[in-house]
Design a protein around this ligand. Structure first.
Ligand code: ADP
Ligand code: MG
Length: 371
């Protein structure tokens, strides 16, 4: 299989030397069991490359199990990874296999590896090195044969320096490390990707392929795509959905221009001369959240005072409705933050001043789905 056939097989669209080089290395190392560490911002295609490594390996007919180490609550990550024996802790009503066992013979993709708590890192390293581990609560070891691919958007070396990531695990994971550059650093890929997403959207919906004007394309090329390919795909799909059958012109992408200016201002201006647009956004959000918190506290007080009457009149019902409104408010603050950060969960969490893990939990709680 040559490079172009490989790209076609795994749906990788790229014209840039950077990505073609990554593909060449992947083709060379896929068939071995060597660990691969993928670096890159959110949306650059880390998962796409992980899938292609697995798909091109001799393990392709065995499972590829993806684990997002940043999204699973700390307390249950270990039992998710290694499984547990029935009765080993409250709630362990049945013996359960962990991801390591589920991936046996195949590949384990550890996404957002930098978010793994240090205690779990120790066990992870041991499991990878010895190819065996113990289910939580078990007395015997379980043997597995898995190939590890890890991904992160953090500089792991820095995490090692500040003792947030174990050096031994870092060395174990980075046997081959590949950097997937952001889309704005390989603008040559924007056009083929845009056309690719247009084609697949139109094919899926069985609608004719529209024209894309040069001016529209120019906007797409100049926009810095902080959400990378994921954002490009979503932008194309929403413009297509809103303008069925129309030629896509610069007007359809004008909203990106305002964002382009916003994005580049902080880079070109010395930061101390004025407030960055992100800071203003953050301030507005903080204020909204602060108000929200105040409201909740007040509401709590009212509820406590009225608790005596709870069963005697219907005020409790009204209060419940107000609480539901609070939930809606929080939900909309989260959605706003996500929108502002182009659906970058890390940045959104920062903007909301909550941890990424809390954000994930809330997304799940409110059933907000992001791809
Ligand atoms: N080179 C590429 N060619 C085609 N689609 C891509 C490419 N890279 C990423 N994508 C698409 O962009 C989206 C985000 O990719 P993903 O692998 O999930 O990014 P990451 O894991 O780095 O956040 C997915 O829909 C994926 O299919
Ligand atoms: Mg991903």
């Amino acid at each position: 299989m040559n490079r172009e056939e490989f790209k076609a097989k795994f749906n990788i669209v790229a014209r840039s030397k950077e990505i073609n080089d990554v593909v060449d290395i992947i083709m060379q190392v896929a068939k071995s069991d060597i660990s691969v560490l993928l670096y890159g911002e959110s949306g650059v295609g880390k998962e796409v490359f992980a899938k292609s490594i697995h798909g091109f390996s001799n393990r392709a007919d065995k499972p590829l199990i993806s684990v997002n180490c940043g999204a699973i609550p700390e307390g249950i990550l270990e039992s998710e990874l290694f499984g547990h024996k029935k009765g080993s802790f409250t709630g362990a009503v049945e013996t359960r296999k962990g991801y390591f066992e589920l991936a046996d013979g195949g590949t384990l993709f550890l996404d957002e590896i930098a978010e793994t708590p240090l205690t779990t890192q120790v066990k992870l390293l041991r499991a990878i090195e010895n190819k065996e581990f113990m289910r939580i609560g078990a007395e015997t070891v379980t043997k597995v044969d898995v190939r590890i691919i890890a991904a992160t958007n953090k500089d792991l070396q820095k995490e090692v320096a500040v003792k947030k990531f174990r050096e031994d695990l870092y060395f174990r994971l980075k046997a081959v490390s590949l950097n997937i550059p952001p889309l704005r650093e390989r603008k040559i890929d924007i056009e083929p990707l845009a056309l690719h997403f247009m084609a697949s959207y139109c094919k899926n919906l069985n609608i004719p392929f529209p024209k894309l004007t040069n001016e529209a394309l120019e906007i797409l090329i100049n926009y810095p795509w902080p959400g990378n390919i994921r954002e490009l795909k979503n932008t194309i799909e929403s413009v297509l959905a809103l303008n069925p059958g129309k030629t896509l012109t610069d007007e359809h992408f004008n909203h990106l221009i305002a964002q382009t200016e916003n994005y580049e201002t902080p880079r070109n201006l010395p930061v101390f001369t004025r407030k960055l647009p992100e800071d203003v956004d953050r301030e507005i959000l903080y204020r909204a959240l602060f108000e929200l918190k105040k409201d909740i506290l007040e509401l709590k007080e009212i509820l406590l005072k009225q608790s005596d009457y709870f069963n005697s009149d219907n005020s409790s019902l009204e209060k419940t409705e107000e609480i539901l409104d609070m939930i809606e408010l929080e939900k909309s603050a989260i959605l706003k933050a996500l929108e502002k950060t182009h659906w970058n969960k890390r940045k959104a969490a920062k903007l909301l001043n909550i941890s990424e893990r809390t954000l994930y939990r809330k997304l799940k709680e409110y059933d907000i789905k992001i791809w």
